[in-house]
Write a protein that binds this ligand. Sequence first.
Ligand code: C5P
Length: 450
Amino acid sequence: MIEMSDFIASGFPVRRKRWFVDNAFLCDRLNSEHPRRIVRQGYVAPGRRAVSQPKSILLIIGGGVAAYKALLLIRLLKGHGVGVRAVLTTGGAQFVTPLSVGALSGEKVFTDLFDLTDEAEMGHIQLSRAADLVVVVPATADLMAKMAGGHADDLATTLLLATDKDVLIAPAMNVRMWEHAATQANLATLIARGVGVVGPDEGDMACGEYGPGRMAEPEVIFAAIMARLDGGARDLVGKRIIVTSGPTHEPIDPVRYIANRSSGKQGNAIAAALAARGAEVVLVSGPVRLTPPAGVTVQAVESAREMLAATMDALPADAVVCAAAVADYRVAEVADQKLKKADGSNGRTLTLVENPDILKIVSKLPFGDRPALVVGFAAETHDVIAYASAKRVRKRCDWIVANDVSQGVFGSDDNRVTVIDDAGAEDWPSMGKDAVADRLAERIAKALTG
Ligand code: C5P
């Protein structure tokens, strides 16, 4: 992360940074649409991994247009050696037939017609516990409400209440239903109980509206299932963690802004890794061109001040990870009309003022308000450890993750970091940003859970 502060440190006066703005960071806002939105995405899907031992899932197919995707999901799972026993709700049976589900899964399909003969063969309780994971695809608003409320008025809800296995849901519903306070409250309840959530995506919906509510694609649900079956650690369940990520955009006029080269990849990976361990994650993200990681609440912001406000709003939290490349400076007076080039003028000077330092503000919160763990990042081009250690002390954060950005880390998939805390500096070898995120999440879990 190259920040204005690096130029300040080198004695470059703030008012003379015009060339810097014009030449390197003057961007056209129109090229980068970043609608303000809050997206709640599903469980982490770190990619396909082979399941080491034969596993099986209990697939509950709810009543929604997206039920057809459950058929594709069954094919994917079967193709990777995962057994699928399916349950069709009455609504689900309106969209896909027991015959097609049975043909693809190669197993008997259970419906509400589950009768006493079936009960004698396999009881509700046994059915709910025979699989390694229970997956609900699609999870309708009604099914989520029933899960949150502990209802057991049909086969699917009875199994969901009776199971002692992990549950993963893939919500799908109309955008208004998804955004309704009741659904969001139910979702929060389910997440707090450790239910994994994959999706929904944002996009065109069968009902003709646009927005979040479209069920995640079968490949994404499949990846989330495989990750769960792999039995990753769930040591952050019950912990709330805020991650700042990406660059900030500091407006100059209605069409231009100051930005930096942060891709947001490392921050997104950290948010995903924390969510995979069961944390409730709020990702406060500057404008990035990345698909939001699954299983986290995304607060999309543009400027440093918006990032600060969103971070403070997301508190209290057990930990905050400030991975964002926050611009140290913003333009003192944002023009409300597009700045015009004046003929014959000898350039233009922009006056910059300092942005709030989110990491420092969070670290200095009074005891009780301050998260137990505050982690900062320090991107340096030279004397990495010395500068990063000094930054840790100055900003009063607990850990600093230092990285050398002299070798082109921006946008890359790899990173090489040193984690500095009270005990000293821990050098990590060069590895993928996902691996850095996993290792950091493991370290955070140890710190928070003792
Ligand atoms: O001072 P510098 O920008 O190098 O500090 C980097 C660390 O401070 C990162 O963790 C970054 O997210 C955080 N930071 C911040 N608010 C700022 C500037 C940096 O949270 N205004």
